[in-house]
Ligand binder design. Sequence first.
Ligand SMILES: Cc1cc2nc3c(=O)[nH]c(=O)nc-3n(C[C@H](O)[C@H](O)[C@H](O)COP(=O)(O)OP(=O)(O)OC[C@H]3O[C@@H](n4cnc5c(N)ncnc54)[C@H](O)[C@@H]3O)c2cc1C
Length: 557
Amino acid sequence: DIVFPSQAKLTDNASYDYIIVGGGTCGCVIARRLVDSNYTVLVLESGDDPSANSMLPGLFYLLPGTSIDYDYRSTFDDYAAGAQGNFTRLTAGNALGGSSVLNHHLSIRPIPQDYDDIASLTGDDGWSYDNMLPYFKKTETVKDEEIASTYSEYHGDSGPVGITRELHDDDVAYYLKALAEVGNPTVEDLNGPVSVGYMQPLLNIASGIRQTPAYVYLNDIKDNPNLHVSKNTKVSKINFENSTAVSVEAIYKDTTYTFRANKEIIVSAGVFNTPQILQLSGVGSTDVLDSLNVDQVADLPVGDNLRIPPTVIVVQKTKKHILPSIPNLVHAFVPFSIPFPLLLGTTPINKSSEIPDYQTYNLMLPHDTPYLTLACTFVYGYSLDVCLRWQTQIASRDAVYSVVVNLDAVSTGTVRANSTDINDAPLITTGFYSESEDLERAVDILLDLLAVEDSATLKDLGAAVVGVDFSECADKEAGSREFWKCYVLHRTIAGFLYSGTCPMQTCVDSELKLLGLNKIRVADASVFPKVLHGALNAAVLSLGEKAADLILQDAAN
Ligand SMILES: Cc1cc2nc3c(=O)[nH]c(=O)nc-3n(C[C@H](O)[C@H](O)[C@H](O)COP(=O)(O)OP(=O)(O)OC[C@H]3O[C@@H](n4cnc5c(N)ncnc54)[C@H](O)[C@@H]3O)c2cc1C
């Protein structure tokens, strides 16, 4: 309670101007802006305060599977998730601050084209990149002097989220050189004037502390009497009178309360739980609601169009060493920074294009440390067998652990409430590779990425991709397209960039209002219609700022 708002005293049937369902990444941003404008706001959050270790960036790999993670599993999927136990693991934040409490700190925006596409899809120019840029700037204070001074046009200097870089020029220079030799330029700022290239990423870390909105947006208003935050509180239903949302039912310590909203209800429960709550409230397609035996309030395709860009990891061994590396373990005891250098790439296959096809997060792992196994098992959820194969094959070598995200993926999955019990995890089907072009594209992407092995720099080092000798693909010719297809199907994971389950155009309008209903909006990653060409944290923060403006404009009229 010293850092975060304390638990609100709850009164059944109490009224607030606004009720926010889910105090996650987007929910915290909206709460802050509405309280700043003197409205009374109730935030209902199913999780507790972020755990102390989640505030320390260097410990991010310890968070999945703990109490702050829903730790969802997809429906049975032996086709694409063989390496995780025939399901896909879906990490998602269950705490005040939501997924920003356990995410990987990377601040990488979608590309301008993504917003211009939303503007033309919705016919609302408010979503164009030029009109969204001020919201991105409003979220952040860039503390990296070089970026702040060179690219001030693109960056904020007084927003809540502190942004820094952790530079390890000497450690990453050889790999950047190799990438450049095969047509991938080194750039300084992918959130600035260019959208393709490799850089040492901007991070949501300042003064050694994770910049979750639970902290940076709410700390300043935690004692404001207009802010009421109820944690460990699960919203089970939204009540409608005719087509108008009027109240919310929520369970706190085994008691169900009803809270009334004078102005609006904002649903920000994330890509998996927003559709679950809406379906249980009667907002969904007829077949879904019939199967749950829930009366329909609005026929909307809630929970369709789940967009998860399929993600594959490849590992290369690079520089050889004789002496073991000890200093890198120091990070485990001084956890204020990421324990290894990082490179971020957004990359087109056609090197003259300015639209990336894939994104890579490259963990530049020093030799003889346990970080590969830690990341591989805890964070990416691969089976120990997969991780140990990689770990043993990089012995006494530096390694590049590349998390490769297919930004062109078009396959969609679904989210369905499993029963009318809100505590029952939703049924999540990834739909990976249901469109065959995604599998072909995944192979194109890996071949483009691994072209780096043909660079003079990596050839000199005797670099090689490792962990490709597993039995499931042993009958495929090494290096062939058939082999890489097999690899993709046995190493695909979800990455963490989920979106799309209540998208603009078919589910909400461009003001984020649920179509055909009154006094209710959705504001979280569910509203993005397609896979964005970036990661999602910055996109959701700016979405929260825009949503707050839309809500306040309506309140003023
Ligand atoms: C492991 C991981 C790593 C990631 N790494 C990055 C990264 O490095 N960079 C990046 O840009 N993006 C990253 N992301 C993605 C990004 O963090 C998320 O897309 C973003 O935080 C989602 O914001 P949101 O507001 O949509 O949902 P969330 O932040 O997940 O918020 C939803 C909130 O609703 C609450 N809730 C759910 N159900 C209920 C209920 N019934 N009642 C009350 N409350 C409820 C949840 O507890 C949660 O707090 C990562 C995500 C994950 C999971």
